[in-house]
Design a protein around this ligand. Structure first.
Ligand code: 5GP
Ligand code: MN
Length: 347
């Protein structure tokens, strides 16, 4: 199913039996559907199994998990900083979900780096930078939520996976595959989904929460972005969009509002590389997406201090928005042959 190793699960079960105490689940800042869904899904199982579990989300998030009120014992660190630090200091066991680099936990990075008890990492990003004997890393799976589902089965915890836990995991899978449109070609994925639906996961509510909760402002911001702020460079099979602080303010930006914007240029015939530059208080946050064999995680690591997946990565820039976009543009000629070849392979 996945490469979740049964022996490692058994070793972890042994450890938990002897040391069961306070468990903290931590995911990345600006949590997306997979970060939220995988964390709440595992959390729900741990609570049902009688463990003392808390989820820490480093920053706030949009309401994309159905019936969030059904989940207890989770908190947003940026709103309760002291408590988050205290929880991290007191934890006996830390689950890290859906990230591979401590720097993605924002202000909790120091706590994480100083954490000296047991860590379990469950993630589908390449090259995890966190060392632990309890490492569950598989880059071929759709999402961390799919991995967590298999982890739950192999830990023997399926009996603790109820409707809410299953719905949370289905949210993660649906979000990271954009509703089964990418990273969704393995038959095992659909077996996992069937398993979750059999446990009561509410597929309809997942779709509604993820895709049909637009605010008017978000839809208008999308319209503005595509109509006024999209640059298409057909000669490089590339496109980019950018948004200034002022534009975000004008459209009453809320966290999560620009989620998915970077994918739109990829829907243009002939475009295989899309980038999105967004200005925030301290830096420019950049998202990269590609189709086929153009590795955006490598592109981001080389030029914009980031990383991620082969076809979906993020990075940042301390330059101005205009400078960052210009830098991106000036890099394209050196990738011209690569982009052309990858385009021709798909055409
Ligand atoms: P997004 O564009 O949605 O923010 O991120 C796309 C993917 O790249 C996600 O899987 C995310 O984990 C990863 N990613 C985003 N920003 C960074 C970053 O600054 N560093 C690294 N290593 N990965 C990132
Ligand atoms: Mn993910």
């Amino acid at each position: 199913m996945t490469n979740i190793n049964k022996d490692t699960c058994h070793a972890l079960l042994e450890w938990i039996r002897g040391n069961a105490g306070k468990v903290v689940i931590l995911t990345h800042a600006n949590p997306d559907g997979d970060a939220l869904g995988s964390s709440l899904g595992l959390h729900s199982v741990l609570l049902q199994a009688g463990y003392q579990s808390t989820v820490i989300f480093p920053t706030d998030f949009p309401p994309i998990v159905p019936e969030l009120d059904n989940y207890s014992n989770w908190m947003i660190a940026e709103k309760h900083e002291k408590e988050a630090h205290r929880l991290m200091e007191d934890a006996d066991l830390l689950f890290l979900l859906d990230f591979n680099d401590p720097k993605r936990t924002g202000k909790l990075r120091k706590n994480l780096e100083q954490f000296s008890k047991a860590i379990v990492l469950i993630d589908h990003h390449p090259l995890p930078l966190i060392e632990t004997p309890f490492l569950f890393s598989d880059t071929k799976v759709s999402s961390t939520a799919e991995l967590v589902y298999d982890f739950i089965l192999k830990m023997g915890w399926r009996i603790f996976l109820n409707r809410d836990g299953a719905t949370a995991l289905l949210t993660g899978i649906t979000a990271d595959t954009a509703s089964f449109s990418h990273n969704a070609a393995r038959s095992e994925l659909y077996l996992a989904v069937a398993g979750l639906i059999a446990l009561g996961a509410d597929q309809h509510k997942v779709q509604e929460a993820l895709f049909n909760t637009n605010s008017e402002e978000r839809l208008r911001l999308l319209g503005h972005t595509l109509s006024e702020k999209m640059i298409i460079l057909p000669e490089y099979h590339a496109a980019c969009i950018s948004l200034t602080k002022e534009e975000l303010k004008k459209f009453k930006f809320k966290p999560g509002d620009t989620e998915g914007f970077v994918n739109y240029p990829l829907s243009i015939k002939g475009i295989i590389f899309s980038s999105f530059f967004m200005e925030n208080e301290e830096k420019i946050k950049i998202s990269f997406r590609s189709k086929g064999g153009f590795a955006v995680n490598e592109f981001s690591a080389l030029h914009f201090g980031g990383g991620g997946h082969f076809n979906a990565a993020g990075g940042e820039s301390k330059q101005s928005l205009t400078e960052a976009v210009e830098k991106w543009r000036s890099l394209l000629p050196s990738y011209s042959d690569k982009l052309d070849n990858e385009y021709l392979k798909q055409a």
